[in-house]
Write a protein that binds this ligand. Sequence first.
Ligand SMILES: Nc1ncnc2c1ncn2[C@@H]1O[C@H](COP(=O)(O)OP(=O)(O)O)[C@@H](O)[C@H]1O
Ligand SMILES: [Mg+2]
Length: 324
Amino acid sequence: MIGLTPAELSYGLGISKSTAYTLLEKRNNQSEETAQNQNKRIIIPSNVIRKLLCERDFHYPNLNISFQVVKGGAGKTSLATNFAYRCAQYGAKVLLIDFDQQGNASRCFNIETRSKPVFLNIFRQECDIKDAIISVNEFFDIIPSNLNNSRLDYEMSQKVSLNIRDMLRKLLEPIRSNYDLVIMDCPPAINRINASVTCGSDLIVIPVNPDQYALDGMQFSVSEIEMIKKDFNLKDLEYKLVWNKYDAREKLGAIYMHALVKDAAMLHKLIPIVVRTDTEFKNSVHEKRSIFENGKKSAAREDVDELTRELLGLRDWSPKKGKG
Ligand SMILES: Nc1ncnc2c1ncn2[C@@H]1O[C@H](COP(=O)(O)OP(=O)(O)O)[C@@H](O)[C@H]1O
Ligand SMILES: [Mg+2]
């Protein structure tokens, strides 16, 4: 069962706690739609939240969002997986595609990937895309990855007729309408896989950390995206930066942040959210769960929730009166 607690829903949608509880009670009276999760917390299921938001004229964005940066360890996987899970909790229908041969995103959801079809098999047309999808819950599916994907870039380079620009959207076409969001976790590389993911993205999120290597990596990735955007004439492709691993106690963090925002073009790209350093990211990987499947409050939860609401368009959305 996936969903949000009444308190999370109240904060997330900007409605009062009493309204959230009233909704819960109303739903309770109508049906068996509320439930308790393993932590014995009352949760409002994602299908109820979806109904609620749609009744109030909220439209889930229909986007392909990739998390990319050439630097490893910047937080692509941590942010992509937890953002994807949070979107599903808010009632968005999500497909997460793991393009990284390390399969870290897949392991976050306790998926044994070795024997599973991966994107390479879809590319080779050995497997129907529908058969490569694993359902984590009714709002959240994943196409996992494993070491077999390390052949993907080479095989793409050998295919003379390869259309990098349209490849991803074409391969996704049979299943695309089942989802609001397709979220992609990418390897830290400049290769054909990432170029085709860039072409197939509406938005690229680039995690940036407060250190020089990360800033260099970010600049390299931004130049690469700009080049692909120009070469393939991708007018609508957007990219944004998200500040990850921020620690207020580190003086250098403020210095690097200052250096970044001094550049007006970069400031314009910066998502107004800071994801703080928090061991909960590592703990959740160890426990093979998202940061949200743990009753405890954490900086990680707060910050990725803000990021989710920002990208879903919930932060500046105000609820119109619905049917309740
Ligand atoms: N905000 C954060 N606070 C603390 N640790 C983080 C944070 N973001 C990521 N990490 C940790 O940093 C490591 C690298 O993150 P990961 O998401 O795998 O990066 P990438 O996918 O870009 O290589 C992981 O161990 C992860 O748990
Ligand atoms: Mg990764």
